[in-house]
Design a protein around this ligand. Structure first.
Ligand SMILES: Nc1ncnc2c1ncn2[C@@H]1O[C@H](COP(=O)(O)OP(=O)(O)OP(=O)(O)O)[C@@H](O)[C@H]1O
Ligand SMILES: [Mg+2]
Length: 271
């Protein structure tokens, strides 16, 4: 709607985890390189935590982009609000198992564990790596689920893990997994993402505008400061405010979006 007015090729502040718009702040860069380390060096398991909207899912997408499809077999579970057995079935299915039983009564955890072990061994034999990413892992409340994940990590050859497990979630995830000490002991990397600082928030906004091909400034300095104050440096909120700011600025036909427009936009969002 407002793209033409602002000379944009596309909307710069969509709340989607599109790695094309990835802004590598220092900590996003470090988070991504740690994820890559765990996967490429086959370290077993890693955990990435951070408050909502700070970029965990985006980093997972950026990681996937770095991994060659020829080598990596990947299962990505986005909603682990599942019983242990359903989770194992979902993992098996994503790793390519066919003709799986549909009814829970027809299933046993051992059946799926054996099946997944077979897939992992085959992948290894074929020179493939297997990666399991569980996003939103903080919503796992069932201890049995954590236990099954630990059992998956037990699949090892003499020299190496057959599977890399990445757990992504909000900060309470760290506390939640403490209950399973054996799982915690297998976690080789942990990283915590925090909101962007003021300078990074400004750079983030400029970066996304550049990707959408608007090289000239859109927001005034006090507008940028106000976005930072109102978003707390959380990218998802920054996106919301900037998007509605662009819309408000367009309806008012202003040349620059200043603090007043941002405040008005924030008030309209009710955040
Ligand atoms: N480093 C980044 N570069 C570009 N965009 C980002 C970055 N971090 C976050 N975003 C933007 O913010 C939005 C929210 O980020 P994301 O979904 O990755 O957060 P999250 O930490 O997974 O949140 P939740 O805990 O709610 O799942 C993304 O859709 C994306 O548009
Ligand atoms: Mg997420």
């Amino acid at each position: 709607m407002y793209e033409e007015y602002w000379g944009l090729k596309e909307k710069p502040f969509e709340n989607t985890p599109d790695p094309k718009f990835l802004y590598l702040s220092k900590q996003h860069e470090e988070g991504l390189s740690r994820l890559l380390y765990v996967v490429k060096e086959r370290k077993g398991a890693g955990i990435l935590t951070g408050v909502f909207g700070c970029g965990k899912t985006v980093l997972a997408q950026a990681l996937l982009k770095e991994l060659s499809e020829n080598i990596y077999r990947i299962a990505l579970i986005n909603n682990p609000h599942l019983k242990a057995i359903e989770l194992l079935r979902a993992i098996g299915r994503q790793l390519g198992a066919e003709d799986l039983p549909q009814r829970i009564t027809e299933m046993s955890a051992d059946f799926f564990l054996e099946l997944i072990e077979g897939i992992l061994l085959n992948n290894t034999k074929d020179g493939k790596e297997t990666l399991l990413i569980i996003d939103e892992a903080h919503i796992i409340k069932d201890e049995e689920v954590l236990e099954e994940l630990r059992l998956l990590l037990n699949f090892q050859s003499e020299k190496r893990f057959l599977l890399t497990l990445l757990l992504l979630g909000q900060p309470e995830l760290s506390k939640r997994i403490q209950k399973n000490k054996q799982l915690v002991q297998r976690i080789a990397m942990g990283f915590h993402l925090t909101p962007l600082n003021k300078k990074e928030t400004k750079n983030y906004i400029i970066h996304r505008l550049n990707v959408a091909q608007r090289p000239k400034p859109v927001f005034s300095e006090d507008g940028l400061n106000s976005i930072y104050e109102n978003s707390g440096g959380i990218p998802r909120r920054i996106n919301q405010i900037c998007d509605i700011g662009l819309l408000t600025g367009f309806s008012k036909k202003v040349e620059r979006i200043d603090k007043k427009i941002i405040q008005e936009s924030v008030d309209s969002l009710g955040i």
